[in-house]
Design a binder for this molecule. Structure first.
Ligand code: PLP
Length: 373
């Protein structure tokens, strides 16, 4: 018998996540020096990890023979202080992606529905399908989540509703008022998951803690992979009602977050200077990229996080052309946006290189064919 016949039916239908192309792969394919390649494809922090996190991680290596603290006590305490939520209202995961999967373990099964935006973070759909539940994809409104339409898509079978704000890959955020209104309008059998992966890049992030305290079924996700610069460590967390969080603690692996990652994340959380300087540099780089792309005739949307979504006519061609120059961006055909690319806001020098390569791409004539097939 073939393995494919032995696998569960869902395995064959499970869509595959396409990660940003790694630097080493592009270096090999194009015969480039990896040190000269800029990866602007996965919304990583161009300024590297928080320096405080690096020091802490190095010290933590000496205890690498010991299993981690399975409860992530110190890190949860640090998060509790930083975010002003109770320790028992917090769950730490192997990246916030793991926590999305834990939502599936705890709350999804065949027959249930999950409401999400049609151009939302793809992991919501992957996890929904993994548990045999049905994704209900709601069309976006000007590349942002249409909360009214999402509310209208809720049925008796809906168990989860995901909103990322700012959204990836579009970079558009929803306002606090409309998020609160949605939270307050949802029936008691629906858990509203607000993914705040890019919240630190906003001037002021929407705050739904009062709705959680008031008993609304709201659960928020944060990550150390973006502004804290720790994507390689795999740490994220969720916070919500303690009762819900205890259910989720039951379905995770006992040691889901490494000791080094826990230590690094706790240190990064306290590295306010680093976070602030990254936020400022990102705001400057955002203007640099948006204005530069605009001057070349490429329209961009969003940009409220650490990336911009730009219409370059043919995203795949742009992606290929830029790789030759040692720049990796993200084509979005998989998200149904074949004309767009997502570009992470880099350092000033990286943004300049990006704009130079975009100019060359435009002059090569590709953009002239934009929109035609
Ligand atoms: C990057 C990102 C995450 C973070 O994932 P991790 O697993 O914590 O690295 C979560 N949600 C969205 C929308 C993201 O773009």
């Amino acid at each position: 018998m073939k393995y494919s016949e032995l696998a569960n039916a869902g395995v064959h239908e499970q869509p595959v996540y396409e990660p940003g192309k790694p630097i080493e792969t592009v270096a090999q394919e194009f015969g480039l020096d990896p040190a000269r390649i800029a990866k602007l494809a996965s919304n990583e922090n161009p300024f590297g990890p928080s320096p405080a996190a690096l020091v802490a991680a190095q010290a933590a290596l000496r205890s690498a023979h010991l299993y981690p603290d399975g409860a992530c006590s110190k890190l949860r305490k640090a998060i509790a202080n930083e975010r002003g939520v109770a320790e028992d209202a917090i769950i730490v995961g192997n990246g916030s992606n793991e926590i999305i999967e834990l939502l599936g373990h705890a709350f999804l099964r065949p027959g249930l529905e999950v409401v999400m935006g049609a151009q939302a973070f793809i992991v919501y759909k992957l996890v929904t399908k993994l548990f045999g539940a049905t994704p209900v994809e709601v069309p976006m409104q000007a590349y942002g989540h249409n909360l009214g339409a999402m509310r209208a898509a809720v049925t008796e079978r809906t168990r989860l509703l995901f909103v990322a704000s700012p959204n990836n890959p579009t970079g558009v955020a929803n306002g606090e008022d409309e998020l609160i209104e949605l939270a307050e309008s949802l029936p008691g059998h629906v858990i509203f998951c607000l993914d705040e992966a890019y919240a630190e890049y906003l001037e002021r992030a929407p705050d739904l803690r009062a709705q959680i305290s008031a008993g609304r079924k709201v659960f928020c996700l944060r990550t150390f992979s973006k502004i804290y610069g720790l994507g390689g460590f795999r740490v994220g967390y969720g916070y919500g009602d303690p009762e819900m969080v205890q259910l989720m603690q039951r379905v995770r692996q006992p040691f889901n977050v490494s000791s080094i990652a826990q230590t690094a994340a706790a240190a990064a959380l306290g590295d306010h200077d680093f976070v602030e300087s990254c936020r400022r540099a990102n705001a400057v780089g955002r203007v640099q990229l948006l204005e530069g792309l605009e001057a070349l005739g490429f329209t961009s949307v969003g940009g409220q996080a650490n990336f911009v979504l730009s219409n370059v006519g043919n995203g795949q061609a742009f992606f290929r052309a830029l790789q030759e120059q040692g720049l990796i961006v993200r084509p979005l055909g998989g998200y149904g946006m074949p004309e767009h690319v997502r570009i992470t806001i880099g350092t000033e020098a990286e943004n300049n290189r990006l704009l130079g390569a975009a100019r060359a791409f435009k002059e090569s004539g590709w953009f002239a064919g934009a929109g035609r097939s």
